[in-house]
Design a protein around this ligand. Structure first.
Ligand code: SAH
Length: 471
C-alpha cells in the first residue's frame, strides 16, 4: 500500500529535478515534494508544510548529503532576492538540466522519441552581466533610508541592493551590485538616490499609494555603450529634473534621461507616456548588422549576446535563397523580421501591440530594409487573411509566441498553407512540444532542435526548432 503523508511529517528525500521557480523536486513513495533551497542532487530531510493529493510542499530541515552540483552563489543576496533562482547550481549543470527539460517535454508532451537532430544547448561563456535592462523598485526602509533593489520571490518586499541615508550619504547593504546587470547600474542608482535624498524626495509606498519615486529603469546598448535612464514616478511632473540630468550626464555613455508618470495603483510598472528631460528619446543597439532603436517602452530581448546567436540560428534554419516570402509571426519590434529581410525577397511581420509594430516599421526604415512590412493584429487572424491573398502566402513561417504557445487556429492555417519550412522559436518547452506535435500530425517533420540559454541562473530556456514539410 502507498504511504500517505500528513502535514508536519518529517521525511528524507532525494532531489532529482527543479521546479519553475527554482525549487528542488523529489519523490518519495510516489509522492512529489517541492522543497525551496534544495538543489538537484541533494539528499535532504524535510518537513511537510502543505499536502495536496499527489504532491506537497516541504521545508528544508537538514542537508544530509549536499549535491555535487552545488556551488557557493557569488551574489550575497542570492536566496532572499527573487532575481535569480538557481545561482547555487553549477552553470554547466544548469545548462544540462535546461537541455534535458526540452528533450523530456518533446518526448512526454509531444511524443518525439528521437528522430530529430538535437544540437547541444548554447550556453554563455560568462554567465554574468548579461542583461541590458533592469528595473529597480525604490522604497523607504524602516530607518527612513531610501533603498533600491529587487523584489523578493513572490513578494513586493524589496531586497535592498543600494541605500542612502536621509542626508544622501551611502549606507552599507549586503551588496551594492547586481551580478546579472551592467556595472553602470550601480553608478546610476547611487546618483538617483543621492539626488532624491538631497532634494527631500520620497519613495512610493504601495500600501498608501503615496510617495513620488516608484522605479528606476536602466537600459544599456551592448554594442553602442549608450545608456538610458527612466524614472517611473507617482506624479505628473518630476521635480528637480535638471539637477538629476546634470548628475546623470556625468556618467559616460549617458544618452537618454526621462521619466514616466504612473499614478495608477497597479502592478504595471511603466506609465503610458514618457517625458525626455535630457538627451535623446531612445538609445540604439545592434544585433548582427541590424540597428534597433530602444525607447523606455519598447520591447527588446534582454540578453544581447545570446539573442544574436539565436537569431543567427533562425536564419540558418530558414536557409533562404532570396526568393522567399517569409512570415514572422509574434514579431515584436521586428527584430527577427529584419534579420530575415537581409536574405528573403519579402518578410511579413505580425504583432498584436500597435506600438511595437510602429517600432518595427521605424527599425525597417532605419536599416534601409524596404522588403519588410508589418501588420498589427492577432497572428491567428492576420495569418488567415494573408493566406487568402495568394501573393502573400509564405514559403517559410517563423513563429515566436509568448509562453502559452501558438493559437490552434494559427497552426491550422499553417497546415493548410503548407509552407516548405516552419521555424519555431519558443520560450516554453511544454507548449513548444504540444504545438510541434500538431504540426507533425499535419505532415511536418521535426528536423532540428537547439536550446539556448538566455537567462543564466533563472529557470527559463529558449528553443529554436526546424520543421520541414513531408514530400
Ligand atoms: N520575436 C520578437 C518578440 C517575441 S515575444 C523578438 O524576438 O523580439 C512574443 C510577442 O508576441 C510579443 O511581442 C507579444 O506582444 C506578441 N503577441 C502575443 N500574443 C499575440 C498574438 N495573439 N498575435 C500576435 N502577437 C502576439
Amino acid at each position: 500500500m502507498e504511504k500517505t503523508f500528513r502535514k508536519n511529517d518529517i521525511v528524507q528525500v532525494q532531489i532529482t529535478d527543479i521546479g519553475t521557480n527554482g525549487e528542488g523536486i523529489g519523490k518519495t513513495n510516489g509522492f512529489t515534494l517541492f522543497v525551496r533551497d534544495a538543489v538537484m542532487g541533494d539528499l535532504v530531510e524535510v518537513q511537510i508544510m502543505k499536502v495536496k493529493k499527489r504532491y506537497g510542499y516541504a521545508r528544508l530541515l537538514n542537508l544530509i548529503e549536499p549535491s555535487a552540483l552545488r556551488v557557493e552563489p557569488p551574489c550575497p543576496v542570492f536566496g532572499p532576492c527573487g532575481g535569480c533562482q538557481i545561482q547555487n547550481m553549477r552553470y554547466d549543470a544548469q545548462l544540462e538540466w535546461k537541455e534535458k527539460t526540452v528533450v523530456n517535454d518533446l518526448e512526454k508532451i509531444g511524443g518525439f522519441r528521437g528522430g530529430y537532430e538535437l544540437e547541444p544547448i548554447a550556453g554563455m561563456e560568462t554567465p554574468y552581466r548579461y542583461r541590458n535592462k533592469a528595473i529597480f523598485p525604490i522604497r523607504t526602509d524602516r530607518n527612513g533610508a531610501l533603498v533600491a533593489g529587487f523584489y523578493a520571490q513572490h513578494s513586493h518586499r524589496v531586497v535592498p541592493l543600494f541605500s542612502v541615508q536621509k542626508d544622501g550619504s551611502f549606507r552599507e547593504t549586503k551588496t551594492d551590485d547586481c551580478l546579472i546587470e551592467a556595472p553602470v547600474c550601480r553608478d546610476v542608482l547611487q546618483t538617483v538616490l543621492a539626488w532624491a535624498a538631497a532634494n527631500g524626495l520620497d519613495a512610493y509606498d504601495e500600501e498608501s499609494g503615496r510617495g513620488l519615486l516608484r522605479n528606476v529603469l536602466i537600459r544599456t546598448g551592448y554594442h553602442t555603450g549608450e545608456i538610458l535612464v527612466c524614472l517611473i514616478i507617482n506624479a505628473k511632473k518630476l521635480p528637480h529634473a535638471d539637477m538629476l540630468a546634470d548628475a546623470l550626464e556625468k556618467i559616460p555613455g549617458m544618452t537618454s534621461i526621462s521619466y514616466s508618470p504612473n499614478r495608477e495603483r497597479t502592478n504595471t510598472i511603466m506609465g503610458k507616456k514618457v517625458v525626455t528631460i535630457a538627451g535623446k528619446d531612445s538609445i540604439e543597439d545592434t544585433i548582427g548588422p541590424i540597428r534597433y532603436a530602444i525607447s523606455p517602452l519598447s520591447f527588446f530581448q534582454v540578453n544581447p549576446i545570446q539573442t544574436s546567436r539565436l537569431y543567427e540560428k533562425v536564419l540558418e534554419y530558414a536557409d533562404l535563397s532570396g526568393n522567399e516570402v517569409v512570415w514572422d509571426l509574434y514579431c515584436g519590434i521586428g527584430s527577427i523580421s529584419l534579420f530575415l529581410a537581409q536574405k528573403a525577397r519579402r518578410v511579413i511581420g505580425v504583432e498584436i501591440i500597435p506600438q511595437a509594430v510602429e517600432d518595427a516599421k521605424q527599425n525597417a526604415l532605419r536599416n534601409g530594409l524596404s522588403n519588410a512590412e508589418f501588420y498589427t493584429g492577432k497572428a491567428e487572424e492576420v495569418a488567415e487573411a494573408l493566406y487568402r491573398r495568394e501573393d502573400a502566402r509564405a514559403d517559410v513561417v517563423v513563429v515566436d509566441p509568448p509562453r502559452k504557445g501558438c493559437d490552434a487556429t494559427l497552426l491550422e492555417t499553417i497546415l493548410r498553407m503548407r509552407p516548405g519550412k516552419v521555424v519555431y522559436v519558443s520560450c516554453n518547452p511544454a507548449t513548444l512540444a504540444r504545438d510541434l506535435a500538431i504540426l507533425r500530425d499535419g505532415g511536418y517533420l521535426l528536423k532540428k532542435v537547439r536550446p539556448y540559454d538566455l537567462f543564466a541562473h533563472a529557470c527559463h530556456v529558449e528553443t529554436v526548432a526546424l520543421l520541414t514539410r513531408e514530400k
